[in-house]
Design a protein around this ligand. Structure first.
Ligand code: UD1
Length: 418
């Protein structure tokens, strides 16, 4: 296990290139299972979750050839319908393989992902709607068994909540379903549009992209495709907040700022000086004031940026209030931030954060992916050395974090934990 040491406070300067989005490539890689034709995916980020998904595809029989940061996949050799517990337990997104395997092979056995650090995260919306499409589903021994007699049937599906994963799983399941599938109250996250664009690029018929009503007309076959996913808006938000927390001048490039509109508007209201272009945001040193933030499905404030925002507002003028509405237990960063000298009090799903805290380096521990990003931001703003352990959480979703921050001038090193 590696650890990261930050010697703060750090001033950042320069520009940082955002990698392609983990949350776009995870469903897209699952979508590979739909096809039996060659698929080339470019600029694959070097992330633990992406590697786990590739291992899962390999175990299912998909041919995988790495070519620099591109990967050429041959799903014609798919020879298993089983996603086993050993991989699924390390990454919930493995459940995205259920819809594609089922619609292609008419049977699937996928381990139940179970809970995770940030909450229970059920998959009832995935399963009940697959049943509406004609799947017979049973749960046994920690596994979902799904099967159909012949193709799935197009259906009118209304999601009780705009779940990102359920929208993606059902969209993929519908690619070969007979007739038309409509998903109402679909999630609006940009990664869903990206998945739909990928599916269409290989011959699927998805319409209503970017709306709450997505329609998928079943097709009989797909063709070869060469695709590159969108930039990672959550990684971009993390660097923007790191720059603001350290009053730095940083240009964050290679992503679409409209995917972060709500966050950028909030930051501007707080006093952030941002120069926003088509594919970049330049952060200028700014004096910020407190905010009141409520997480919400897209286009609202992303739950995946809540922890980073909390680290940032420990450094602004006034007290902030942050309420988490998507996951019930997404405050694991709070005790760790308080170890660094933050003053954050939790009441239910709301955090009350005092601003202008003098943070001081201390040993802290990563607990989940975005909580870890919050610790990095706080460490950059802290006086002295912060030792961050269990950085494998960061490796799930941040491509070359330490070296990107080093290139911005941060005093950050990574070493093997003794
Ligand atoms: C995805 C993202 C994750 C992000 C989340 C919310 C990926 C790989 N992960 O996760 O980073 O934090 O969206 O933006 O893209 N729910 C149910 N039943 C279901 C499905 C979900 O009750 O069948 C609930 C969940 O428990 C949670 C909420 O809906 O409270 C949101 O979950 P969902 O949108 O499905 O998130 P994920 O797809 O798991």
């Amino acid at each position: 296990m590696d650890k990261i040491i930050v010697d703060g406070p750090c001033k950042l300067e320069g520009s940082v290139k955002i990698s392609k989005a983990k949350n776009a490539y995870l469903p897209i890689l699952s979508g590979v299972l739909l096809s039996d034709k060659k698929i080339t995916l470019n600029e694959i980020p070097n992330l633990r979750d992406i590697n786990t998904m590739l291992t899962l595809l390999g175990n299912l029989g998909v041919g995988i050839e790495r070519n620099g940061d591109s990967v050429v996949l041959d799903p014609s050799t798919l020879n298993s319908h089983e996603a086993t517990y050993d991989l699924v337990k390390t990454m919930r997104a493995s459940i995205f393989t259920l819809g594609p395997i089922l619609t292609r092979l008419h049977k699937a056995k996928v381990s139940l992902p179970g809970g995770c650090a940030i909450g229970t995260r059920p998959i009832d919306l995935h399963l009940s709607n697959l049943e509406k499409m004609g799947a017979k589903i049973t749960l046994e021994g920690g596994y979902v068994y799904a099967e159909t007699d012949g193709p799935l049937k197009g259906a009118h599906l209304v999601l009780a909540f705009p779940s990102v994963g359920a929208t993606e799983n059902l969209m993929m399941a519908a690619v070969f379903a007979e007739g038309i599938t409509t998903i109402e109250n679909a999630a609006l996250e940009p990664e869903i549009d990206d998945l739909a664009n990928f599916l269409n690029a290989m011959g699927a018929k998805v319409t209503g992209i970017g709306t709450k009503k997505i329609q998928i007309e079943g097709v009989k076959e797909l063709h070869e495709v060469n695709y590159t996913a969108i930039g990672d808006r959550i990684e971009a938000a993390t660097y923007i907040m790191a720059a603001l927390a350290t009053k730095s001048n940083v240009k964050v490039t290679d992503f679409n700022p409209s995917h972060l509109e709500f966050v950028l508007d909030e930051l501007k209201t707080m006093g952030a000086k941002l120069n926003i272009g088509d594919n970049f945001v330049e952060v200028l040193p700014s004096d910020l004031k407190a905010c009141k933030v409520d997480t919400a499905p897209f286009p609202g404030f992303p739950t995946d940026v809540q922890a980073q925002m909390m680290a940032l507002v420990t450094q602004v003028k006034g007290s902030s209030i942050i309420t988490e509405h998507i996951f019930e237990n997404r405050f694991m960063h709070v005790p760790e931030l308080n170890r660094l000298g933050a003053h954050i009090e939790l009441k239910g799903n709301t955090a009350f954060v005092e601003g202008e805290s003098k943070l001081k380096g201390a040993p802290v521990m990563c607990t989940d992916l975005r909580a870890s990003a919050a610790l990095i931001i706080a460490a950059l703003a802290s006086e002295g050395k912060t030792e961050i352990s269990r950085v494998y959480h960061l490796d799930r979703g941040y491509d070359n974090l330490a070296s990107k921050l080093q290139d911005l001038g941060a005093k950050i090193t990574r070493s093997a934990e003794s």
